[in-house]
Write a protein that binds this ligand. Sequence first.
Ligand SMILES: Cc1cc2nc3c(=O)[nH]c(=O)nc-3n(C[C@H](O)[C@H](O)[C@H](O)COP(=O)(O)OP(=O)(O)OC[C@H]3O[C@@H](n4cnc5c(N)ncnc54)[C@H](O)[C@@H]3O)c2cc1C
Length: 419
Amino acid sequence: MQRILIVGAGQSGLQLALSLREPQHANQYAVTVLSGRKPAEIRDGRIMSTQCMFHPALQNERAHGLNLWENQAPRIGGIGLSVAGEDGTPALNWLGLLDNFAQSVDQRIKMSTWLEVVEQRGGTVEYREPTPELLDEMARDYDLVVVAAGRGPLAELFERDPSRSPYTAPQRALAAAYVHGAGRRPEHPDTDAVRFNVIPGVGELFIIPGYTFSGACEMPLFEGIPGGPLDCWSGDLEPAEHWAKMRDLMRQWVPWEYERFKDAQLTDQQATLAGRVTPVVRKPVGQLPSGTPVLGMADVVVTNDPISGQGANNASKFAQSYLNSILEHGDRPFDPAWMAEAFERYWAEASVITTWTNNMLQPPPGHVMQVFGAAAMNPGIRNNVANSFANPNNTTLGWFLDPAKAENLLHQQPQTVNP
Ligand SMILES: Cc1cc2nc3c(=O)[nH]c(=O)nc-3n(C[C@H](O)[C@H](O)[C@H](O)COP(=O)(O)OP(=O)(O)OC[C@H]3O[C@@H](n4cnc5c(N)ncnc54)[C@H](O)[C@@H]3O)c2cc1C
């Protein structure tokens, strides 16, 4: 029996713990999750993300019996783009249809429930504030310590990798809310869709249909370029003030979205969030004060700005990749060389997602704007773009990262006029 300690009760940590405790592996792995917060505290706490998860990540959850809200959560059938023009209307506006639906389940629901399922699957959960000193004390009893504590202070156990981290400061000011009472966009009244509104030079407004305690909701998320008019979230606003300010910004910058949100109300008093994220890649093997090596997973070692909506998806892919590495590893010790290999196996697939996300934080290059423009006239192109955002990899993202591949996309697709 190998003993694994997982630090942090988020998307990656809990998915890994729960997949290791599936019946076919349960005799091989004793799993302990260390969580700073109890389920009730998570449920009563603040929203943490907008967590839209696409098909590849949802498939990971299904494979491990973790898709507990699949029948309640809205099925997101498309990704739409609107680019603000100078006259207050979108200069570009289209919807690409996804081959498979996406979903967003409030992490307060998911993580608090998954913690309980860890115990139902015979895992152990310890509720203690994880400090490096506590980890050192506990690590003696485990064969492997995986740190999955998100963007919190434990990330400092892992050294920043400057060769993989082009930014040293946040590139957006973030503000999110969960609300009831907003209808769908009038252009697609029958389709729930992620809406990606771009305000050139100012920032973005994402809107994600999701599921929270009180049912289906919308999750708008502003991304403001630092120093610009959407970078206005310093100070801790009351929830109602926060939402009023988000609506004012919608009215001013994305009035076509304001129309459907003007009467919307917060889902609850903890349904607002403001903050900033510094995109960073860290070295995957960290050291506790005693020198014990620990393996980092998901945001703790690869933090992307939410602009591409990939963090929770990456967390799921990380957990799946580490699960495979652990299962294939047999009974050998989990040494730093194995840890580094496990990370590189993940990174070989996922580094392109970080490259793409970092590029999204800059003004789009000409070939990307050309594809976005052509997509308005051509369903093949817009569906292709939407599906590449849902399943980003070296192949699907070619058109974004390589002007020659963008050119191919423009020419390969039949030019069908938008109905
Ligand atoms: C505003 C916003 C919107 C986002 N929208 C999306 C989106 O639409 N789609 C998407 O895919 N991703 C999105 N993300 C990113 C996504 O939520 C994260 O990347 C993902 O949840 C990371 O998973 P994780 O397992 O690394 O850590 P987390 O899910 O963050 O979990 C870490 C856990 O560790 C705990 N923890 C951390 N530090 C400590 C500590 N010191 N003591 C005790 N416990 C600790 C936390 O409480 C948490 O339980 C968004 C992020 C933000 C900020």
